[in-house]
Structures are given as structure tokens and as C-alpha cells.
Design a binder for this molecule. Structure first.
Ligand code: 13P
Length: 238
């Protein structure tokens, strides 16, 4: 099983020129990578195939749960697949928080993404409040069980453990805590399901999540916007 290193660009960068620069840096550095690499830019840059072809897969950061119809502003799994995306991130805490995505909505999206033939990076993780309230396992269990409800085939699902308090804060999760959470998550998925870690990953801290915390890869936010830094992270996982 290859490690999976995914970059989530979120709402960045604001123009094609910078997007191309990041794609170019990744393309230039990715040769000989043994991990599977996925880049998840905003929808508009997914369509720029000439920018993005070369040594890595493309992923979207979201999708809608219907394939087509009168849903202004939405993008479907079929469209993503058609344009060349292989992966989609579902259940990210920023979507749960800012777009009120519930476990039920996430479950619908997961089913539709699988129907469309997409592979999934399914994010779960507790907030600071839930962590200090001793609810981490309860939250993880609920998010996984509700998110994967009636999903019979989880072969195309990767789970990303992203503690909300570790995202974008520089306060990355300790190896011990990550290990505990990953082992807990493994109780609810298949033996060969990849479980990733995400939250303030940089090249200085990335290696230990794979070598010591037992994850099968990383979901990288801010640091994936610097192509050279992202390459270093990919290399640290080897
Ligand atoms: P940061 O790496 O910027 O903390 O973001 C993590 C994340 O949310 C990836 O999906």
C-alpha cells in the first residue's frame, strides 16, 4: 500500500499565474516519488489540464450530491470525473463549520462521489472543545459511522484524521495522540484503508506521522501552496 500525500489548496491562490507556478514546482520535484500524490486546487484550476498534468493525481475539495439539474452554483461528481479529477475531499471541518455540512450531508456526498467513480479523502476530527471535554473518541466514532452509513464498499475511501484545533494553527497534534486516534479510527474501517493525518503539517514535522504515528499519509493545507515545501513533505514520507 502506497502512502498518500494530498495537498488541499483551499481558497488559494487567487490567480492562474500563481496556480501554474505551484503546479510547475510540484511537477519539477516529483520525479521518483514513491508515495501517491494528489493535488486538490479550487475547482477552476482543476480544468487547467495543461497546467496540472504530470506525476500526480488531481482532487476536488467538494462536490454536490446530485449529478445534474437546477442547482445553481453547484458542481457534481460526474463533472469532476469528466474533467480528470480522481479524488474528492469530503467532510472537511471548514465545510462542516462554514457551510453547515452535517454527517448526513457528508454521507450523501460520499455515496454520490463513489457512484461517480471518485476516490475519497474523508475528513474527521474533533474540535478543541470536544477534545478538552474528553469527547474525541465519541466524535470520531459518530463522524465515521454516520459518514459511512450504508456505504457497502469502502475500498475507495481514505480517512484523514484532522483535529480541528491543529488546522492552520501551527499546533500540530503530538505523535502519541495521533497514534491513538489513528488506531481508534482503524476499528471502524477495513484493514487496508489508508488513514492520513492533517493539521499544521510542514516538512520539519511530516515524517514522524508516517514513521512513528502509523498513518498512511498526510493531508497538507498551507504548506502545499509552496511547491518546494510540498515536495519536501512528499520526500519525508519515503
Ligand atoms: P493546514 O496544513 O494549513 O493546517 O491545513 C490542514 C488542512 O485542513 C488540510 O485539509
Amino acid at each position: 500500500m502506497k502512502n498518500l500525500i494530498a495537498g488541499n489548496w483551499k481558497l488559494n491562490p487567487t490567480n492562474q499565474k500563481e496556480a501554474k507556478e505551484i503546479f510547475d514546482e510540484i511537477k519539477a520535484g516529483i520525479k521518483n516519488a514513491t508515495a501517491e500524490v494528489v493535488v486538490c486546487p479550487p475547482f477552476v484550476y482543476l480544468a487547467l489540464r495543461s497546467f496540472s498534468e504530470g506525476g500526480f493525481a488531481l482532487g476536488a475539495q467538494n462536490l454536490f450530491w446530485e449529478e445534474k439539474g437546477a442547482f445553481t452554483g453547484e458542481i457534481s461528481g460526474a463533472m469532476l470525473k469528466d474533467i480528470g479529477a480522481e479524488y474528492v475531499i469530503i467532510g472537511h471541518s471548514e465545510r462542516r463549520k462554514y457551510f453547515s455540512e452535517t454527517d448526513e450531508i457528508i454521507n450523501q456526498k460520499i455515496k454520490k462521489a463513489l457512484d461517480a467513480g471518485l476516490k475519497i479523502i474523508f475528513c474527521v476530527g474533533e474540535t478543541e472543545e470536544e477534545k478538552t471535554g474528553g469527547k474525541r473518541e465519541e466524535v470520531l466514532q459518530r463522524q465515521i459511522q454516520e459518514g459511512l452509513k450504508d456505504v457497502l464498499d469502502i475500498d475507495n475511501i481514505n480517512v484523514a484524521y484532522e483535529p480541528v484545533w491543529a488546522i492552520g494553527t501551527g499546533n500540530n497534534c503530538s505523535v502519541e495522540e495521533t497514534k491513538e486516534s489513528i488506531e481508534f479510527i482503524r476499528k471502524f474501517v477495513k484493514k487496508d484503508t489508508r488513514v492520513l493525518y492533517g493539521g499544521s503539517v510542514k516538512s520539519e514535522n511530516s515524517g514522524v506521522y508516517i514513521k512513528e504515528a502509523g498513518s498512511n499519509g498526510l493531508l497538507v493545507g498551507g504548506a502545499s501552496l509552496d511547491g518546494k515545501e510540498f515536495i519536501k513533505i512528499i520526500q519525508s514520507a519515503e
